[in-house]
Design a protein around this ligand. Structure first.
Ligand SMILES: Nc1ncnc2c1ncn2[C@@H]1O[C@H](COP(=O)(O)OP(=O)(O)OP(=O)(O)O)[C@@H](O)[C@H]1O
Length: 333
């Protein structure tokens, strides 16, 4: 409960003015503005438990950032309710701010003209973190994020990867239980991405922080999340573990095995069909929606048959999520 996130029927609508094309259109819009309603988030419900990292996924414009803005208290919902570590974020913004940390990959909360060290000192004073605690926490962050190499550099002179590493540390300096990360590794090279992921894993597994992460990077999802929530056109279309989602939408795996005895009779296994056989070479595939994950299939094949070699071809998560998006779009029509 302490570090959990509860979202119940949350919605946010925006009212905008539509600009008509051309000069006369612009004039007409001034005199007689045409209003449009955008349902950015519609009736979404989900939970994140303390110490869990949940990936909030969806195509561009799905409503991810709007959701995070409501949970960080930046936006007030049109309807519905949310609690973050027991606090309603948009009603008690200050109390919520003490419980949460947030990183928006495209923006910084650091002071552009100050060296990193001074930005951190200001945050220490704002959040009233005792000096010894602050120093200990920075040492811990530095171990993985290697911040001390650019401690005295002004924020405006940091590279993107350095800046986001500083933003992550800054967001956690006051020891928040809940952390919101909106595309934290966007535009980073693979080495820095891995460093950030290691840091996040450490924060979740060792420190028990609750993390809500949005990203378009499926490698990130695979490395960090066990569960994902997928939203599309503002609606929640899927909430499940990666295994469940793979099982439902990742129907393209194959298990290829070489039998020790080429004359062994081979048949189907639960949820698995024999796709092909060529002497000792056999290929199994999933049999409909009840098919197991590739990992379970591999185990079943090895348990049932004596094999001298085995290999798997797995649908990668990009394919799986693409199938899930297509399914969600078809349902929305
Ligand atoms: N302040 C606003 N006024 C009007 N419309 C808005 C506003 N903020 C967001 N929207 C609209 O709400 C929808 C959801 O936007 P949001 O930024 O939450 O999507 P997203 O899933 O974070 O997208 P991306 O992956 O591109 O960051 C979009 O259609 C966007 O244009």
């Amino acid at each position: 409960m302490i570090g959990s996130i509860e979202v119940r029927g949350l919605s946010r609508t925006f009212h905008t003015t539509v600009r008509r094309p051309g000069f006369t259109g612009a004039l007409r819009s001034l005199v007689n503005p045409e209003r449009a309603v955008k349902h950015a988030v519609s009736d979404i419900t989900f939970d994140v438990s303390q110490g869990e990292l949940l990936a909030l996924l969806g195509p561009n414009g799905a409503g991810k950032s709007t959701t995070i803005k409501m949970l960080t208290g930046i936006l007030t919902p049109t309807s519905g309710e949310a609690r973050v570590a027991g606090v309603v974020p948009y009603r008690e913004r200050e109390r919520n701010a003490r419980n949460i940390g947030a990183v928006f990959g495209q923006r910084t909360q650091l002071w552009w003209d100050l060296p990193v060290r001074e930005s951190f000192a200001i945050l220490r004073d704002i959040y009233e973190v005792p000096r010894a605690e602050h120093a200990a926490r920075l040492r811990e962050f530095d171990d993985i994020l290697e911040l001390s190499t650019f401690w005295d550099t002004r924020v405006r002179h940091l590279s993107l990867g350095q800046r986001v590493r500083c933003d992550l540390a800054a967001a956690l300096l006051h020891d928040p239980m809940v952390v919101f990360l909106d595309e934290p590794t966007i535009g980073m090279d693979v080495v820095v991405k891995e460093q950030v992921r290691e840091f996040l894993r450490h924060q979740v597994e060792e420190r028990g922080r609750t993390v809500l992460l949005t990203t378009h990077d499926m490698t990130e999802v695979e490395r960090l999340a066990e569960r994902v929530v997928l939203i599309n056109h503002g609606r929640l279309v899927l909430d499940g573990t990666l295994d469940e989602i793979r099982r439902r939408f990742g129907s393209t795996w194959q298990v290829r095995a070489t039998l020790a005895d080429p004359h062994t009779p081979v048949g189907p296994l639960p949820g698995i069909v024999l796709v092909r056989r060529d002497g000792p070479q056999v290929v199994f595939g999933p049999d409909g929606p009840a098919a197991p994950t590739v990992h379970t299939a591999l185990k079943l094949v090895i348990e049932r048959y004596e094999v001298t070699g085995v290999a798997v071809d797995e649908a990668d998560l990009e394919d799986v999520m693409r199938a899930a998006y297509v399914h969600a779009n078809a349902e929305a029509v």
